[in-house]
Design a protein around this ligand. Structure first.
Ligand SMILES: [Zn+2]
Length: 396
């Protein structure tokens, strides 16, 4: 018999040991709970917004209404908005939660986890709540391709996880943590998963990037065109690991170059729609460059004189998908502007096409991540310290 069991034979020591064990378990549960609620388990993603109706199907589909009360309904469930409430089979609710034994089909698209449908001023909001690791498997192929070299797919898994955890911390009390679009990370759900995306997520399970013990703001973009941008130039916020690095890789891809043509009149219209007061535009000229070589501002020559507009604002007004970066030259002929540029996206953080070529030339995902986020550390989520972090604006 071991010494420990002998000690337990004494009544007082036995009672003390039992009490200590209960306290230890409680402390364990409490610390697990605080960690888990912030850094682990699930993530909430807005998959449909401002919808007039949401249809839900699934094997063994169950629903709970206000106060968690089970709701009976015909399948497929058809939820509509009536006034401030939502309606399912004639019964009004403020909120409905659907869960299934397998995959949920929401408006015909497949998702893991459960879905919460909430009535808002602008229509129905559908929030998919699922395990963080499962969510990542539905992001990979929407952001890059899992057919890319495996090390860049792993790097994408880490930054998608890091980004998601960072947003979850920042939006802890909001109805959802992430948009399913380029506003955050594009999330296609279960249908976009494949063995490549699953492997990259599993091989990096729980890994996030940290700086000074806090989960970083892992911004990333499609291609930078030779040099990544500093966060300060885009959002006015200096972040040590987002000051910009050289990227000799993405420049080798032809897709990095782009052109955009737009009439001067249409340019003025779009600027006005974005909230800028501007007279008729006669000419457009490049303004100053920022510390990373991109255009900081553009000069509009108008019928009422010259006016400077921030290049970041011009992108927003003309469309992020059209004016693909602030790394461009501009010429005007026949009342039409021609923008010729390189790079796609805000340019901050990891350059996906550059990371792809780093992997193709033999770099591992750790090397790729430390190149684009200098000074950061790769850690398992449960090993990270305080999640307290500044909240920077999101853009793309
Ligand atoms: Zn690049």
């Amino acid at each position: 018999m071991c010494f420990y069991l002998q000690v337990l034979k004494r009544p007082f020591i036995r009672i003390f040991a039992a009490f200590a064990a209960v306290v230890a378990v409680l402390i364990g549960i409490c610390s697990l709970k605080s960690d888990a609620s912030i850094l682990n388990d699930t993530i909430r993603v807005a998959i449909f917004k401002n919808a007039a109706a949401v249809t839900v199907e699934g094997e063994g589909l169950l629903a709970a209404g206000d106060g968690g009360v089970p709701v009976r309904f015909e399948t497929p469930a058809s939820v509509r908005q009536v006034g401030e409430n939502l309606v399912l089979d004639g019964i009004e609710q403020k909120k409905l939660v659907f869960a299934s034994a397998g995959i949920l089909l929401i408006n015909g698209r497949a998702y893991r986890g459960k879905v919460e449908i909430i009535s808002t001023d602008k229509g129905l909001l559908a929030v998919n709540e699922l395990q963080l690791e499962d969510y990542l498997k539905g992001v990979i192929n929407s952001e890059i391709s899992s057919a890319w070299p495996v090390e860049v797919v792993k790097a994408q898994a880490v930054i998608a996880r890091t980004y998601a955890v960072n947003r979850k911390i920042a939006r802890m009390n909001a109805p959802y943590h992430l948009e399913a679009t380029v506003m955050d990370q594009v999330y296609g759900g279960y249908a976009t998963e494949d063995s490549g995306s699953q492997r990259a997520v599993d091989d990096t399970a729980g890994e996030v990037l940290t700086f000074d013990g806090a989960v970083i703001q892992a911004f990333y973009h499609s291609s930078c065109g030779g040099r990544t941008e500093s966060s300060e130039n885009v959002w006015g916020m200096k972040i040590p690991y987002l000051e910009g690095v050289d990227c000799k890789y993405c420049f080798q891809n032809r897709s990095v170059s782009w052109e955009m043509r737009i009439k001067l009149k249409e340019t003025a219209d779009k600027l006005r729609q974005a909230g800028m007061k501007v007279a008729n535009i006669l000419d457009i000229k490049a303004g100053d460059t920022d510390s990373r070589g991109r255009l900081a501002n553009v000069i509009l020559v108008t019928s009422q004189g010259e006016k400077s507009v921030k290049a970041v604002f011009l992108r927003k007004a003309l469309g992020y998908g059209e004016l693909k970066s602030t790394n461009f030259t501009v010429t005007v002929a026949d009342e039409e502007a021609q923008f010729s540029g390189v790079g796609n996206g805000h340019g901050v953080g990891l350059c996906q096409w550059g990371a792809r070529d780093m992997a193709a030339y033999g770099s591992g995902y750790r090397e790729i991540l430390s190149h684009y986020y200098p000074g950061t550390t790769l850690q398992k989520l449960h090993e990270t310290g305080s999640p307290g972090i500044p909240n920077a604006p999101v853009g793309f």
